[in-house]
Design a protein around this ligand. Structure first.
Ligand code: PEP
Length: 251
């Protein structure tokens, strides 16, 4: 399966980084034909520029959030129609930073997933346990619970159009990466839940990405694990050389 390498810029970046990043990625993709679909998710104000800059390249655009209503009095929010107008074909939802700083719940994530699917934007649904949950042995139940609620009521054929990102909260932006085995084991747990909600062969084809301090050095071994179908990259997605190395690490 083609891997997905998705860069989450969070509240970082500039117009000039959009241009240098796309240029570097375009060159890397032309020269190496990596086995990866590359997506950049910058802050909303850069999406229009990103749409123009990626024209004629294989790079795709994504957003970091969306609201589930289509329009109206929701000051500060962004609708799925706006993402479509900006050429975004992917959207991250349920990132742990949105859950912890902005109160995003599994129920809200579910509503966002539904509206994205209805509008043909691929939801990148983030799940993952905190350090306390891992240390108390609740990591598997936490992730299964998040998936159960976030995917509630979504049909098997719609589920087949989703991307899941497993991001242990203790590994995000901390420099602590889950070991290859820890990550792969959790991906198997998530895939088991997806198989329950769909069937074995559908679940096999739903990309499950790992996120949490992925960098130019650890990407190759993480990406070669049996159940790791790509990575959601934060910090290293702001550095063109490092991000391009991660892209070419896809086996
Ligand atoms: C993320 O933001 O999804 C992430 C995984 O961040 P980092 O790579 O910086 O840990």
């Amino acid at each position: 399966m083609e891997k997905f390498i998705i860069g989450n810029w969070k509240m970082n970046g500039t117009q000039s980084l959009i241009k240098t990043m796309v240029e570097s990625l375009h060159k890397t993709i032309e020269q190496n034909s990596p086995n990866a679909q590359v997506v950049i998710c910058p802050p909303f104000p850069y999406l229009g520029l990103l749409q123009k800059t990626i024209e004629g390249t294989a790079v795709k655009a994504g957003a970091q959030n969306v609201y589930y209503e289509l329009s109206g009095a929701y000051t500060g929010e962004i609708s799925v129609n706006m993402l479509t107008e900006w050429g975004s074909t992917y959207c991250i939802i349920g990132h742990s930073e949105r859950r912890s700083y902005f109160g995003e719940t599994d129920e809200l994530v579910q509503k966002k997933a539904v509206v994205l699917l209805e509008n043909n934007i691929t939801p990148v649904i983030c799940v993952g346990e905190t350090l306390d949950q891992r240390e108390s042995g609740a990591h598997e139940a936490t992730v299964v619970g998040q998936l159960t609620k976030a995917l509630d009521g979504i049909s098997a054929s719609d589920l087949a159009r989703c991307i899941i990102a497993y991001e242990p909260v203790w590994a995000i932006g901390t420099g602590k990466t889950a070991s290859d085995e820890q990550a792969n084991d959790m991906h198997k747990v998530a895939r088991g839940k997806l198989a329950e909600l769909t069937d074995e062969s559908t679940a096999k084809n739903i990309p499950i990405l790992y996120g949490g301090s992925v960098n130019a050095k650890n990407a190759a071994s993480l990406l070669s694990q049996s159940d790791i179908d790509g990575s959601l990259v934060g910090g290293a997605s702001l550095k063109p050389d490092d991000f391009c190395t991660i892209v070419t690490s896809a086996p």
